[in-house]
Structure formats: C-alpha cells, structure tokens
Design a protein around this ligand. Structure first.
Ligand code: FAD
Length: 531
C-alpha cells in the first residue's frame, strides 16, 4: 500500500491534481483519486493551521486538510473513510477556539468548516450549508428563525438577522465562534438563566453522520440524533445547518456592574436576579467575575467598561480587600421602552447589597454589548497577547456548594497561589431552561453555577496554571462537590464515564448508531478504540 501510495501521489503531482507532495502516507492513496482531491490539502501551512487551536497547549498533526466547497464534499470524505478497510479519523474544525485539541485529528483529516463560507457562489437554491437565511414568523414554531450553516460565525448570524430587526436570544460572550462549534458544547452566557443555552434554542439541524449520511433532524424527526448532537462534542455527526429561534431585537442596552466584597451577598443577589426570568420585569443578562490584583477590573472581556477615574477608585478598593466580586447585568431596551428602562432597573436593584457607591452603568448599542469581547481581543492582539497558551478550566457546580467553593478555591487556592492571571467568571443558571434530552451534562440541582478560569500565560508559563486547575478539581472531589466540566477534558475512559454519569449509556449507544467506526472528533479523546 505504501509503494502504491507513492506511485499514485507522484502521478497526481505530475498531472497537477494535488497541490503538494504529501510525506505522510497514513491515509489510503485512493483518497487522492476522489473528485474532492483539489480541496484536500497537504501543504505545510494547511497542516500547521489544523494542528493548532486557541489553547496553544496541544498540537496534533493531521495527514490532510479538507477545504470543503459544499456539504457534498464532507459527505464524500466521511463515506470514503467509513468504507475504507482502515477508516481514518476526521474532525470538523469550526473556528478552532477549543483549548485542548478537541478540533484536531492526529494522522487523520481536519475539515476546515469555514471554507464553506467562502463558496457562497455555489449556492443553487436548495438549502446548502453555506447560508444564513432569515425566515419571518413561522406558525410552526411560534417565532421567526434563521437557517445558518454550521460553519457560520455567530457575529455574522447577528449581523444578518439584525437586517430584519431580529436576533437569536441566547449567546456566548464572544461571537467569533461557529454555530457548529458552540452547539457541540452548549453555548452559554449571561442570557442562559432566562433563555437556556444556545442548544435550547434550535429547532432543526442538518447533520452528516459518521456513516456519511446527510440527515435532517429535529424534536419530531430523527430526534435521537437531534438531541445527541446538541452538546454532543462532535461525536455523532457534523452540523451543516442549524435552524435557530429568533426574537425581535432590542436596539440598546443598559449595561451595569456592581461591586461586592461579600460573597454570600454577591451570590444571593445573583440568584435573586435570575429568579425573575420571564416577561419584561427581570434583567436580560446576569454574569459575575472576580477582581484580583492580577486580574484587573478592566479585563480583555470588556476593556474600557470603567473610566480611568473609576478604575483608580476600584484599584484602591482591591488593595483594601484582596478580592472583589463584580455582578454584571444588562437590560435591553428600544424606542418603546427607553422612557421606562431606568425606572425598571431602579426597582430591580432595590434591596441589592453591593458596596454603596460602587455601581457603574454604561449605555451602549445592542451590537456593541454583544460584541464587547472583540475590543479586548483587538487590544490583546496588538500587544501580541492573544495567541498565547490558554490553560482554561470551565466547570458547573451545584448552588448548594458555592460557599464551600468560595472558601476552598477563591479564598484559599487562588489567593494562596497568587498566579491567576486571566478572567475568572462566576454566575448562576436555571437548570429548567436546559433540555434534559441533550448530551450536555449538568449538576443535579435546580440552580447551578458556572465558574470559568480563563487563564492566559506566556509560552513557558501555562503549567503552574494547569496545576492549579488540577488542585481545584482535587479540592472539589475531596470536599464532595459534584463538579461537571464544561468543554470537558479527560484522559481515561473511567473519567469520561463518570463525567457523563447516567447519560453515558445513551451517549455510547448513539456513538454506535451514528459513528460506529469511531471516525469523528477524535481530539475529544472520548472513544479511543472503535466502540
Ligand atoms: P472548534 O474549536 O473548532 O470545535 C469544537 C468542537 O466542536 C470540536 O470537537 C469540533 O470537532 C466540533 N465541531 C466544530 N464544528 C462542528 C460542526 N459543524 N459540527 C459538529 N461538530 C463540530 N463558550 C461558551 O459557551 N460561552 C462563552 O462565552 C465562550 N466564550 C469564549 C471566548 C473565547 C475567547 C474563546 C476562545 C472561547 C469561548 N467559548 C465560549 C468556548 C467556545 O464556545 C468553544 O470552544 C467552541 O467549541 C468554539 O467554537 P469553534 O467554532 O471555535 O469550535
């Protein structure tokens, strides 16, 4: 097979069918005879690009990269692997914003999903992947919706839907992530307490399974696949289209931050605010974060929220307190509600226990609010601090243990180690806004918290932060705090089994059914051998 590979490849190189010499022969040579061959790249830059992610910690080299021009290219590739005597691994790569190689495929093929977006001209009328198509009110769903390709960035979905005065309701903090990438996890932000995660706001999807079959699925049709895919870590198929719920978009946002030095008061107020989660009365967004000496108030997620004077005021407060907690809320409004929004907020904030005088309000456009992280990204990029290692840890933990977590982790491990250099997010969500049938894994309580240690480090400096992550998980384990990792990363079968708990049986069954040869998303490391 090896000499056959070389012979075929040399011939293809001579007749110009492949773009470069492929030194790696771990793929079947017949792959290069398929009509997608022009879009299968093996050059140094393509391979290098597909071996990296935002985490900058893991590097796994694929043998080739597919730049699809339509979803048929993806069908051809997966079918070919599925029918090969030795199936090879395939990973869809959205925007590569994973931090542990989850979108990589060692010795396999990475599909650069965003390449579909460069081929809008190939659209021939029937819904192909490379589209964002807005549909006004549908009685079927009782709302408007958008059909978006799995490769689309959420920022583009936002901009297109806004042209119709509409927008999705559930977001991530950062919008340069793909629809397929976030739906494979959950997609959470400050709106989740109210609307559920992004995976609670999908009506239908087109998915190419691990057998290379293109399937449309929804709550009613092929529902097993539909729920498996949502939060399914890319294990069951590649999302090429998602139908996402839309609501009329607000135009402006009151964006407020309040400071606390008392954790019980901080969480009590957060929990109070997320308990008002229907209708106009409540706020639209609730998050929270720590302010530490090394993790300042004006961090990359929201640079320039505070004026220079307020930063100085807060810095003095940090010096006195060692640690502070920021409660962050947003209330949307438009022309019809601009005259009542301040009054509504005043009413909502009555009885909250932030430090008197430490409440700050910005008034921004809806787009500027949703896209708030991009400014921080541009600032960090300008300083060469964006493409650095990111040893992140994201967890969900039950509300009943949040005080133990504060004393054992924030007030002990974090302060003692004094190395936490990035943003630390902490905010609660309502479990009943999540759909139990999806693959997402949650703590077993009505209200649970997400805590995100979004570390950034120098290229030699990520290990101590990673060790701190381990220390935190160990502490939780020993203290009996049932923690579930979000963007989970485990290296043993036992750990994965314990992560999924009661969902493991179904997860395994779905893998057998939709990716029986264990081809898809190997970078997650869940199924190390064909199941
Ligand atoms: P990738 O990293 O490319 O892929 C992730 C996984 O999904 C891989 O296993 C891949 O194989 C699979 N996959 C990719 N595309 C598809 C597809 N079309 N079909 C099936 N599987 C697919 N997450 C939140 O929930 N909330 C946040 O606020 C948030 N903020 C973030 C901010 C930053 C700066 C970064 C870097 C990440 C943030 N994330 C957040 C995490 C992010 O949602 C996940 O890392 C997500 O997977 C990234 O999307 P991506 O398109 O880059 O996916």
């Amino acid at each position: 097979s090896s000499s056959c590979f070389i012979l075929v490849h040399v011939m293809l190189l001579i007749i110009g069918k492949v773009n470069t010499w492929n030194y790696n022969n771990s793929l079947p040579s017949e792959l290069f005879l398929l009509d997608i061959v022009n879009r299968v790249h093996v050059d140094f830059n393509s391979i290098k690009q597909a071996s990296l992610d935002y985490g900058n910690i893991v590097q796994l080299t694929p043998s080739a990269v597919l730049y699809p021009s339509s979803q048929n290219d993806i069908v051809s590739l997966i079918k070919f692997s599925y029918n090969s005597p030795l199936p090879f691994k395939i990973a869809a790569k959205g925007h590569g914003h994973s931090v542990r190689g989850q979108a990589m495929a060692l010795n396999g093929v990475v599909i650069e999903m965003t390449s579909l977006n460069n081929n809008r001209d190939n659209y021939h009328g029937n819904h192909d992947a490379n589209q964002i198509v807005v549909h006004n009110y549908s009685s079927l769903y009782g709302s408007s919706f958008v059909d978006a390709g799995g490769e689309q960035l959420w920022i583009d979905v936002l901009q297109e839907t806004l042209r119709y005065g509409l927008a999705p309701v559930s977001w991530t903090d950062y919008l340069y992530l793909t629809v397929g990438g976030t739906l494979s996890n959950a997609g959470i932000s400050g709106q989740t307490f109210r609307h559920g995660p992004q995976i609670s706001n999908v009506y239908e999807m087109d998915v190419i399974t691990g057998k290379g079959e293109l399937v449309t699925c929804s709550e009613k049709f092929n529902s097993e696949l539909f729920y498996a895919i949502l939060g399914g870590l890319g294990q069951f198929g590649i999302i090429t289209r998602a139908r996402i719920r839309l609501e009329p978009a607000p135009t402006r946002v009151k964006w407020v931050r309040m400071l606390y030095n008392d954790f019980p008061a901080f969480t009590r107020d957060q929990e109070h605010l997320i308990s008002i989660n229907e209708g106009r009365q409540g706020v639209d967004y609730v998050e929270g974060s720590l302010i530490l000496p090394r993790s300042p108030a004006n961090n990359w997620r929201s640079s320039s929220f505070f004026s220079a004077t307020n930063v100085a005021k807060i810095t003095n407060l940090v010096a006195e307190n060692e640690i502070l907690y920021t409660l962050e809320v947003a209330k949307y409004y438009d022309d019809h509600t601009s005259n009542i929004v301040d009054e509504e907020l005043e009413l909502l904030f009555k009885g909250l226990n932030f430090i008197p005088g430490f409440i700050f309000t910005n008034d921004v456009s809806y787009v500027d609010f949703l896209n708030r992280v991009q400014k921080g990204e541009l600032d960090l990029r300008a300083k060469g601090l964006w493409d650095v290692p990111h040893p992140w840890l994201n967890i969900f933990l039950p509300k009943s243990h949040i005080m133990d977590f504060n004393s054992g982790v924030f007030l002990d491990i974090v302060l003692k180690n004094n190395i936490t250099s990035g943003l630390v997010l902490v905010y609660p969500m309502n479990r009943d806004k999540w759909d139990e049938r999806t693959s997402a894994v949650l703590p077993d309580e009505d209200v649970f918290y997400t805590v995100g240690f979004l570390h950034a480090s120098g290229f030699d400096g990520w290990k101590p932060l990673d060790e701190q992550n381990e220390e935190i998980l160990r502490f939780c384990d020993e203290a009996g705090i049932e923690v579930k990792q979000y963007f989970p990363h485990y290296t043993t079968k036992e750990a994965w089994e314990s992560h999924f708990g009661s969902k493991w049986k179904t997860f395994k069954e779905m893998k057998k059914k939709f990716d029986p040869k264990n081809i898809l998303s190997p970078g997650q490391g869940i199924f190390t051998a064909p199941s």
